[in-house]
Design a binder for this molecule. Sequence first.
Ligand code: RFL
Ligand code: PHB
Length: 396
Amino acid sequence: MRTQVAIIGAGPSGLLLGQLLHKAGIDAVIVERQSGEYVLGRIRAGVLEQVTMDLLDEAGVGQRMHQEGLIHHGFDMLFKGERHRINLDHLTGGKKVMVYGQTEVTRDLMEARQAAGLTTVYEANNVSIHDFGTEKPRVRFEKDGQSHEIECDFIAGCDGFHGVCRASVPQSAIKEFEKVYPFGWLGVLSDTPPVHEELIYVNSPRGFALCSQRSQTRSRYYLQVPLTDKVEQWSDQAFWDELKLRLDPQARDQLVSGPSIEKSIAPLRSFVTEPMRFGRLFLAGDAAHIVPPTGAKGLNLAATDVKYLSTALIEYFQEKSPAGIDHYSERCLRRIWRAERFSWWFTSLMHHFPENGDIGQKLQEAELDYIIHSDAGSRSVAENYVGLPLNFGESA
Ligand code: RFL
Ligand code: PHB
């Protein structure tokens, strides 16, 4: 098999890249280790920035998002038992975010790919990448007991944090930065109406909580839990009881509980790989970086990597210019570090750190009090939450 770009991984990064390249007439094959059903079963992100909405439109897959997604103009921060609204609209000059699940984004991209008759190899085993330091990179995999090889011009490593692409780069060529947090998020999805029309981020001495949603009839809630907790330890009843203890009286009264349709624990991590290009291999999305989910940045960062990568590859194939691919890593990393900083800061502000004692809790509450009463403080949170513009910090 021969293609121009071999994409490893059919998560949102790989599928979006495939779609943008297809629009520009560039041929790509996607190789994915799981089944399509499995990929759709992973419940992850829920909040899209404007940059991501625009990219989905550019890829021609934004129609259902505009019909079914929920536009949010603000969110609440709850601390010391009281809720305070961050008005994104006023603080950012009219910017907003969209609540539309990663599952739905992935489904829309998968359907568009299928409708265009493009090749995705699902359930590929033993995927390996070769010769990306030369002009003739290759991808090998097994499917139904047969060995296959793809010859290509470039490999896009869109295979997530545990993928094979980053792991194939020689240790001497890569630097990794990592912080692992001493807690995880226990998430529950349930077919119950959300407790509030907007999201509520909760700082409580019992630990962080988040009230999110997927639609007017489907809620997504998270609780900070110790890393040692197992999901089996948490009955639905125990989850709802603990969530109520972290909410304010009004939300506690309004919370509608019900059976969970998904329940899982995710560890929290800050992680960045430098650089993101190795000869003819490019890393994009979670393959290159992870943020703790508190700032809702992971999927949005993946989308901007893909924007920069597709633009660079299109420039290369259509104009024979290597400028974009030469600057790919640097352009991405600048944006990534800004999102890493915000996600780390917001995580540190909202979670309970027992090792910091009572003074830690008091200092967090004082900072939150400052933020909601200071225009500069609120604006800084809002500006980062809606996402910094693509050209932020570049000279005019
Ligand atoms: P993915 O989604 O992990 O997809 C990678 C794909 O590669 C496949 N793969 C392989 N394929 C072939 N060969 C191999 N050897 C392979 N190894 C792996 C995998 O099966 C998979 O299909 O990475 P991608 O595409 O870069 O997308 C990144 C996003 O999934 C991630 O950043 C977000 O989900 C993060 N995130 C959030 N981001 C937001 O922007 N807003 C949010 O509100 C938000 N909430 C979240 C989140 C992530 C969470 N978890 C579970 C970590 C909430 C949570 C709880
Ligand atoms: C979600 O709905 O899954 C979600 C929303 C906001 C976040 C993280 C996760 O910050």
